[in-house]
Design a protein around this ligand. Structure first.
Ligand code: NCD
Ligand code: ZN
Length: 364
């Protein structure tokens, strides 16, 4: 069986900074990816719109130029969101929108994930002039939806967790205060978040990663498979079922691919584990495996349509750019993912870290 699809867009990924960037961008090009939204949690963060990079931050302009020089010029689309920090002003939003450089902003819960220490709490942003300006200019708000500063059982327990808290306590307030704000609920992991997105207006969409469609907390904990450790953390079977149901609903237009591929050259250390799964080179294959596990027959026209919407069509439609007119092919055949050697050191792709073979292979 061979699948021929329009090239797809990864609407949440991490290309980092420095000499390894080119390896990460190439891994995306190698998997039929036509464009990406490259996250701004670099070191230093992408916290300005234009001008040269400075020691405390890149601008969207300077980081995009760095990415293009590292191979991203081959993409049809490259979106770099502005990291919302204490320095972000409504003037920057207006200036950014007018220049065309600003298409999205990223909310990070302070200290909630890798390089998120520059983030502003959601409570400080709701009702403020930055969100008002974004609303007015149609700038997309990309949200890492976890309530920050929770610990122990408040952070995660059987009945609730940082994400469910955020989607029940913060998101309704955000939507009420900014009814026109275009929002992407990124890398959602719970039934609560999936149902929130389904019930929200059309201009609220969501990305889902391959790991959250494939795995649950049991997979992470049994044998402590730390390559599966990413944030938000994988959840329970009922949550995974809700995510699978969301992406496999006929005609759905709100859910799309955003891998959250997050390379770390050092994952586990003596004092903990870096959060982030690397799925460069293997994301469409993993997504296909997840759709099949969810009961979709990718050989059928209906199955292919569902997969194509999620991978190649819904994301561009939500962000307002054309789907790719180029194609890529995958075939149903076993393949192994291998260590990615980069100038910063080797990076382990998720399937290798999980000890699994892919059941799909890219056709080149
Ligand atoms: C991401 C990273 O490594 O930059 N890690 C992760 O666990 N997903 C940051 C993020 O998107 O949360
Ligand atoms: Zn991410």
């Amino acid at each position: 069986m061979t699948l021929t699809l329009p090239k797809w867009f990864d609407l949440h990924t991490h290309f980092r900074q420095g000499p390894a960037m080119a390896s990460y961008v190439q891994a995306h090009l190698d998997m039929g990816c036509a464009g990406a939204l490259a996250m701004p949690n670099t070191q230093p963060p992408v916290s300005r719109i234009s001008g040269a990079a400075e020691s405390d931050g890149w601008s969207i302009e300077s980081y995009s130029a760095e990415l293009r020089a590292a191979g991203a010029h081959a993409f049809e689309q490259l979106i770099v969101p502005l990291y919302l920090t204490r320095q972000t002003t409504a003037f920057m939003i207006r200036e950014g929108a007018a220049s065309g450089l600003l298409r999205a902003c990223k909310y990070y819960p302070p200290h909630g994930t890798t390089n998120s220490e520059h983030g502003m709490p959601m409570d400080n942003l709701i009702g403020g002039e930055v969100f008002r300006a974004m609303e007015e200019y149609g700038i997309v708000l990309c949200i890492h939806g976890e309530q920050h500063a929770l610990s122990g059982p408040d952070y995660i327990d059987a009945q609730q967790n940082a994400e469910t808290r955020f989607y029940t306590e913060r998101m309704p307030r955000l939507l009420a205060a900014h009814p026109k704000l275009r929002i992407v609920c990124e890398h959602i992991t719970t039934r609560t978040a999936a149902e929130f997105v389904v019930g929200a207006p059309e201009h609220v969409g969501a990305t889902i990663t391959p790991q959250h469609l494939l795995y649950t907390l049991g997979h992470l904990i049994q044998g402590l498979k730390y390559h599966l450790y990413c944030l938000p953390i994988v959840k329970f079977q009922d949550d995974r079922a809700a995510l699978r149901a969301a992406v496999t609903k006929a005609g759905q237009s709100k859910f799309f691919a955003g891998t959250d591929s997050a390379p770390h050259t050092t994952k586990a250390t003596a004092c903990g584990c870096a959060a982030g799964c690397f799925t460069g080179g293997c994301a469409p294959q993993l997504y296909a495996m997840a759709f099949e596990e969810a009961g979709v027959d990718l050989a059928s026209a209906d199955g292919e349509d569902l997969f194509e919407r999620f991978l190649s069509l819904n994301g561009p439609a939500f962000y307002g750019f054309p789907a790719s007119t180029q194609q890529f092919q995958m075939e149903k055949a076993a393949s192994k993912s291998v260590l990615l050697e980069t100038p910063a050191g080797p990076v382990t792709p998720l399937p290798l870290g999980m000890g699994i073979e892919l059941t799909w292979r890219m056709v080149r």
